[in-house]
Design a protein. Sequence first.
Lengths: 412, 229
Amino acid sequence: MLKNIFDKDTWQEISEVLRKNKFRTAVTMLGVFWGVFLLVSLLGAARGLKNKFDQELGDFATNSVFIWAQTTSKPFKGFQKGRPITLNLKDVEIIRNGVEGVEYVVPRNQTTSTVKYKTRKVSFGISGDYPFLAEVQKQNLVFGRFIDHLDVEEKRKVCVISVDVYRQLFNEGEYVIGRYISINDINFKIVGLNKNGRNGPSDDINIPFTTFQEIYNKGEDISWMMITANSGYNINDVENQAKTLLKIAHNINPEDTRALGSFNFGELFKKLTGFLSGMQFLTIFVGISTLIAGVFAIGNILLITVKERTKEIGVRRALGAKPLEIKMQIILESVTLTLFAGVLGIIFGGFILYLINAFSENSPEPILVNASVSIPIVLAALGTLILMGSLIGLIPAHRAIIIKPIDALREE
Amino acid sequence: MITIKKLHKSYPIGKDFLHVLKGIDLEVKEGEFVSIMGSSGSGKSTLLNILGLLDVHDEGEYYLNGQLIHDLDERKAAILRNKFLGFVFQSFNLISYKTAVENVALPLYYKGLGRKERHEKALEYLEKVGLKEWANHLPNELSGGQKQRVAIARALVTEPKVILADEPTGALDSATSDTVMEILGDINKEGMTIVVITHEEDIAEMTHRIVRLKDGIITSDEKTNQKVN
Ligand SMILES: Nc1ncnc2c1ncn2[C@@H]1O[C@H](COP(=O)(O)OP(=O)(O)OP(=O)(O)O)[C@@H](O)[C@H]1O
Ligand SMILES: [Mg+2]
């Protein structure tokens, strides 16, 4: 029987039946086509949305939290409320040593300064940073390098500027690595050109942490810190523990929720991922239901056509078609229809995704980024279609041979 | 070629049985050209369907080409039909979406022949019935007589032992009927065994032997005036 499946003639016979009954074939395929089309385009769109989020947030470690200090909102241990708090490098050590599961604690200083190059003068945000900032927030250097350990140790006057800064200070195409710009009236050598992600606190210019301390006279104070958790640790726990320690160190009322500010990327990511998986689940659910409905429609229409073709099947049997051959033919018709409809659905779905991507690329703020469906998913879908097609084909196939040839021939 | 002994067949009608064939004895030798006559409802088609392995008998014995037909499953019956039997029906029973040549080639597909061979053989047999130029026409582009000739070519193409025809001229006018009978006569001259059911005396007279049925039994079995080759 297997021989039949690989026999060219079997397929010629099937393609003939399907080709010569074009309308019937088209109508039969519609449901599965639509189901696969929906599945592919919706899944692709969901993927595109995920890519978009990834692109926007991908520069930050997903298990990170930012903590900064504000003013107290509750009195504590004789202190009045409304007391301004400033974090410092000791806090960094406290958290590094006292909180379980912390991976990095990255202190940062930030301010705004006037930056000059030749005759141009613009105000930018200046950050004092350690090299390992790159571990928690990916640095996308176009040219040069990021701040390194020697820079920090020797308090070098070097800086990494963003593309944005570059555009405002330099002429397009100008090579800037090694050039000097003036920050706060001190000359800094440019060592890197950074293409930053669009979101998060803007980093116009990074300089070594120690250099920042010196030129802005910051002492041990820091503006804020970024904390990341080791894998296996919940970033929320880390955040809570860190805040508790900070409250103790700065005599803040444990009940005071305003004194310390924070932004938890882990939480945001969880929400987004939840939203995205929800969407993906929904698309898969909708697509697969449509698909199943489509396959049933194929089964149903084949059942009707088998009834219509009762006489034809009777004739074929009178001419020597064995029951298994008839069965096989109908199952293969079903599989062919299902598969063909599926492939068409994939092609059209892919085409839609292609169009979406083509439009997105030309738009400055695309909603979807690289909307696509992975090959394994496509293959799995095709496999499922073959399986469902043959299963559903069993019903009309059985119906086709249960009737005696003579009764089939008598049918008008 | 065909031997039946005390053949009985009834159809269940509700709780009752309609006894249609009531003990038929018949022998058809190789190369014979036999017609079966009888009034409507006398059991002609029933008999022919049993001979054609399209239906099963209840009692008695049926030997086809020396082989006792007993407890055949559908698969075996299909193989025997393909190998030994060719059918011609009153309503032609051509497959509407297949061209003449494709219709003729179909039994060869079930025989397992390759496509090219099928096509060549089908053309050859279409030529035999004088329809080679019509090979690529669909059935609805053919006249009744042409359709029946395609059906005959289809019955012949597997080179069976017996052609069974149930009122092959029933849907044709008398001139066309004569052509069809002439073709059957020619095939018979080449040695083919043919059994034809007909209502018309003049058609029956064109065969070599007339078997008359009445109420499920054979009432007469005579040679005609036709010269046997
Ligand atoms: N499948 C069936 N179920 C029940 N009764 C049947 C069936 N087939 C035939 N009969 C009955 O058996 C009897 C013989 O039928 P058959 O078709 O053999 O007659 P026939 O001689 O071919 O008649 P006609 O000349 O009209 O074709 C009829 O009374 C018919 O009603
Ligand atoms: Mg009849």
